[in-house]
Ligand binder design. Structure first.
Ligand SMILES: C[S@@+](CC[C@H](N)C(=O)[O-])C[C@H]1O[C@@H](n2cnc3c(N)ncnc32)[C@H](O)[C@@H]1O
Length: 228
């Protein structure tokens, strides 16, 4: 699956462009900014400072989310099996994954690991193996956040069915995400749903979206799990 992204990488922004996606949020910048808001709010709510933390983004693609988050963490790093996607990354530590289920970093070297819109491109048989690796690179007490498309949101389903890069996508529900995390020895403890409101409304009434983050119909979700 990763090799496909080598082909998409030269024209990635164009290939994820879709009229429904664009009328909801414009280009990728809004979607990345929304995720950054979500993650920083998660740590603020838990009373945890991100400034001393090392963050790894698995399947970082072209590194846009890491670029946004860099000022908030002591170290940001990414990895991806697609050399084509990584070739667009600038000014961020990235490494190519040797395979779909191996991460090129030392054990217990990160406090926070994310995988954003990655698992629906990972075949179901390999999801627990990849998550075992997430657990290996996390320090004890570290957190994994899997961010995924929500298959119960009809707009998400429609966009996924239209966007070329998602032609082989196999969406997973938040329940499946938590099952994968548990099977890899992590402890799921919170799920937040987001992307209910289109960009102009979110900019005016983002607090409303935050109030309903427990309601499982948002366009995407973040399934947080702890490394014991
Ligand atoms: C839809 S893109 C998302 C990129 C980035 N996370 C973002 O949100 O913009 C999916 C990415 O997952 C990567 N990917 C696919 N299989 C993977 C795997 N087994 N492990 C890590 N990354 C993988 C692809 O190469 C691609 O860069």
């Amino acid at each position: 699956m990763a090799e496909e992204f080598d082909q998409y990488s030269h024209d990635y922004e164009h290939l994820v462009t879709d009229s429904i996606r664009d009328s909801f949020g414009g280009g990728s910048e809004f979607y990345n900014a929304r995720k950054m808001d979500l993650l920083l709010r998660f740590f603020r709510r838990g009373g945890r400072q991100t400034s001393p933390m090392a963050w790894l983004d698995v399947g970082c693609g072209q590194g846009d989310l890491l670029g946004m988050g860099k000022p908030y963490f002591s170290r940001v790093a990414g990895c991806d099996p697609s050399a084509g996607m990584l070739s667009a990354v600038q000014g961020i530590e990235v490494k190519r994954q040797p395979s779909a289920t191996e991460l090129p970093y030392e054990s217990a070297s990160f406090d926070f690991v994310t995988a954003v819109c990655v698992y629906h491109h990972v075949i179901p048989e390999e999801r627990v193996k990849l998550t075992n690796e997430v657990g290996r690179v996390l320090r004890s007490g570290g957190i994994f956040a899997m961010i995924e498309h929500n298959p119960y949101n009809p707009v998400t389903q429609l966009v996924v069915s239209r966007v070329p890069v998602d032609k082989d996508a196999q969406l997973l529900s938040s329940r499946s995400a938590r099952r994968v995390e548990s099977a890899a020895g992590l402890k799921p403890f919170r799920t937040e749903y987001f992307l209910y409101l289109p960009k102009p409304l979110y900019q005016r009434a983002g607090r409303l979206e935050n109030l309903i983050d427990w309601f499982p119909l948002g366009g995407q979700y973040a399934a947080y799990a702890l490394k014991p």
